[in-house]
Design a binder for this molecule. Sequence first.
Ligand code: NAP
Length: 307
Amino acid sequence: MALLYKADPERGRSWQALFAEHAPDIEVRLWPEVGDPADIRYLMAWQPPQNLGDFPNLEVVFATSAGVDQFDLSQLPEHVPVVRMQDPGIVQGIVEYACMAVLSLHRRLPLYLHQQRQGRWQEQPWQPARHTRVGVMGLGLLGKAVLAQLTHLGFNLRGWSRSPQQLDGVSCFAGIEQLPQFLGQCDILICLLPLTEHTRGLLDARTLGALPHGASLINLGRGAHLVEQDLLLALDNGQLSHAILDVVQEEPAAEQHPFWKHPNIWLTPHIGAVTLPESAFAPLLDNLRRHQQGQPMCGVINKNQGY
Ligand code: NAP
């Protein structure tokens, strides 16, 4: 019985070593060394190979990422479940990034850095965290973890999801009908949505225009959530004051991309969170064993919903 790994080769060798030590009954093969395709029961991939029909005994596809928007779900065999990565290391990374970004905006770091470069020693008004309203789009594994940490920091919190949710200390909104009401209450908006046909381009002129004047955006979802030109306009006309972006439409961002040098944008190269074998192995193996025992796995994608 073999698992075929098709992603970063260096991490692949770490996965191989972890399986050899803790689950030697599952042989890990590193793409493109497939061996006999009939041996492959599991595929673990950032992007699956073109012809999955070549693997007649494939049972499960595990994504190496939390999002599966890079998969063409319609091309995957109907009977093969797709499972996203639910790695505590990813959660930790996203929580760290979100808190870093929210605190930076709340404590006006973009402005203080600007003042530093001008040699200007000038105090700006400060307000306690309870007066800063932070809204999270996407109340899944990551959005909830971010909100839990922001609760400890004392922020005034909102959340928005597809279906209604109840979270302690968070005013929750659901569905497209409640989106304007939610947006109108967000001084800082964090996107932690999956990329689907319903969320692509959601951060457009209309959405950004529904935020309070001078609000800020943190995009930790996917680049295609954001209409980049609309963000530039919103920053240039003062509707938004700052954006902290971990993702862009085309990655890596081109040399001439306007975000690189924009004074009101901080851009990072999709480093919000990285799947680390050391923390991701235990939940993945747990899922594999569940599957082998006929129990439901965690993180199975609803192929119709796209997440
Ligand atoms: P998740 O557990 O699947 O949660 C997704 C959340 O989004 C759910 O609350 C869901 O609503 C909501 N949602 C989906 N479609 C929606 C819609 N049309 N309108 C409103 N809400 C909608 O996902 P997750 O694990 O938290 O991950 C979220 C995303 O973060 C990933 O898909 C990926 O794009 C991104 N990510 C980025 C990085 C990075 O390094 N920057 C790393 C990891 C993940 P319901 O609760 O109603 O289902």
